[in-house]
Ligand binder design. Structure first.
Ligand code: NDP
Length: 314
C-alpha cells in the first residue's frame, strides 16, 4: 500500500503555484501539495491556501481543518454562503504594511508639496514656483483602521513630522497619534484630517461608508487615499464632491469594479490618481513564513495567529 500524505491544497488565480509548492514541500514534508481544483481524493485535503476561490469549492473537502487566505482582507471569502465552519487565518502585514506606508507617504507628499501642479506646468514648459507650501505641522493625516497595516502606516507618516490621527472601532492609545473611535469620533476626525486614508476591512459596517455625507464632513482642501476596498466608496458621490470642490482630490488603488472599466470617468479625472490595486502586494516568501508557522502550530495542537473573527468580519 502506498503511503497516504495529508494534502495542502492551493487555489489562486494570480499567484505562481510553483513558489508555494516548493516551500511547502521543503518545510512541511509530511504533506503533499496539490491544486484544489484538481484534487481527486478530496478526503485527504487538510489545509487550504486560497485567494478568491469559487463559492462552494472549500465545502467539498470534508476533512478540511483550516483555510489560509493569501491576503489581509477576507471579505471575498466570507461572502461564500457555503463556507465551512472551520478556522480562517489571514495574512497579518506579511510585508504589505511597509509597501502601503510608502504608497501613502508618496500621496501625502504629492498633495502637500503640490507636485501635481508642477506636472501640469512641465507639460506646458511653465517655470512657476509655488511659494505657498503648507507647513507639515498643519497638514494632518488621518488613518481609518489601526490594525496590522493601518498602525504601521500611521507610525511611519508620523515619523516624517506630519500630525497623525487614527480612527478605529475600539478606543486606542498610541504614542504620538491622536485616536478617535465610533460615529462621534469620525465626525471630529474628518473635520481635522487634510488627508484621509482608508485602511478599513470591508464589512457590513464599512461598505459604502465613504458616501456624500462622509465627504461633506471632510474639509474643502482635503484629499482622500483609498487603499482599503473599492466597496467602501461610492464613486459617483466622490465625482460629485470633486466637481463641487467639496474635497480637493483623491488617490485610489481600489474600485467598485476591478479592473476599472475603460468608460469610468475616474481614469481621466484631473483630480484623481488611479493605481491598479497594487498598494500592498502579497510577498510569497513572507506569507509562506507566516502560513507554515501557523500550520506547525495547528499540527502541535496550538492556536494559529491572525485568526479571523467571523462575527466581526475581519
Ligand atoms: P486589521 O483587521 O488588522 O485591522 C482593521 C482595522 O480596522 C482595526 O483597527 C479595526 O478596529 C478597524 N475597523 C474595522 N471596522 C471598523 C469600523 N466599522 N469602524 C472603524 N474602524 C473599524 O486589517 P489590516 O490592517 O490587516 O488590513 C486592513 C484592510 O486593508 C484589509 O481588510 C484590506 O481590505 C485592505 N488591504 C488592501 C490592500 C491593497 O493592495 N489595496 C492590501 C492589503 C490590505 P479595531 O482595532 O478597533 O478592531
Amino acid at each position: 500500500m502506498p503511503e497516504v500524505h495529508p494534502v495542502i491544497g492551493f487555489y489562486s488565480p494570480s499567484e505562481d503555484e510553483v513558489i508555494w509548492k516548493t516551500r511547502i514541500e521543503r518545510d512541511l514534508p509530511a504533506f503533499q501539495f496539490e491544486l484544489l481544483e484538481y484534487v481527486e481524493e478530496k478526503q485527504f485535503v487538510k489545509y487550504a491556501l486560497v485567494w478568491s476561490p469559487p463559492n462552494g469549492l472549500l465545502n467539498t473537502f470534508e476533512n478540511l481543518k483550516a483555510v489560509f487566505v493569501l491576503g489581509a482582507g477576507v471579505d471575498a471569502l466570507l461572502r461564500d454562503p457555503n463556507l465551512p465552519s472551520i478556522p480562517i487565518v489571514r495574512l497579518e502585514d506579511a510585508g504589505m504594511a511597509q509597501q502601503m506606508a510608502h504608497y501613502v507617504i508618496y500621496g501625502v507628499l504629492r498633495f502637500q508639496r503640490r507636485f501635481e501642479e508642477y506636472e501640469d506646468f512641465q507639460i506646458i514648459k511653465q517655470w512657476k514656483p509655488l511659494v505657498h507650501i503648507e507647513p507639515i505641522e498643519q497638514f494632518s493625516v488621518g488613518v481609518m483602521g489601526l490594525g496590522a497595516i493601518g498602525l504601521v502606516v500611521a507610525e511611519q507618516v508620523s515619523r516624517l513630522g506630519f500630525p497623525v490621527l487614527g480612527w478605529s472601532t475600539s478606543p486606542k492609545e498610541i504614542d504620538g497619534i491622536r485616536t478617535f473611535y465610533g460615529e462621534d469620533g469620525l465626525v471630529r476626525f474628518l473635520a481635522e484630517a487634510r488627508v484621509v486614508v482608508d485602511l478599513l476591512p470591508l464589512t457590513a459596517a464599512t461598505e459604502k461608508l465613504i458616501n456624500r455625507k462622509f465627504l461633506n464632513r471632510m474639509s474643502a482642501d482635503s484629499f482622500l487615499i483609498n487603499i482599503g476596498r473599492g466597496a467602501h466608496l461610492l464613486e459617483d458621490d466622490l465625482l460629485e464632491a470633486l466637481e463641487q470642490r467639496v474635497i480637493a482630490g483623491a488617490m485610489l488603488d481600489v474600485f467598485e469594479q476591478e479592473p476599472l472599466p475603460l468608460e469610468n470617468p475616474l481614469w481621466n479625472h484631473p483630480k484623481v490618481i488611479v493605481t491598479p490595486h497594487v498598494s500592498g502586494i502579497t510577498m510569497p516568501q513572507v506569507a509562506l513564513d507566516q502560513i507554515i508557522s501557523n500550520i506547525k502550530l495547528l499540527e502541535s495542537g496550538g492556536t494559529p495567529k491572525a485568526l479571523v473573527d467571523r462575527k466581526k468580519g475581519y
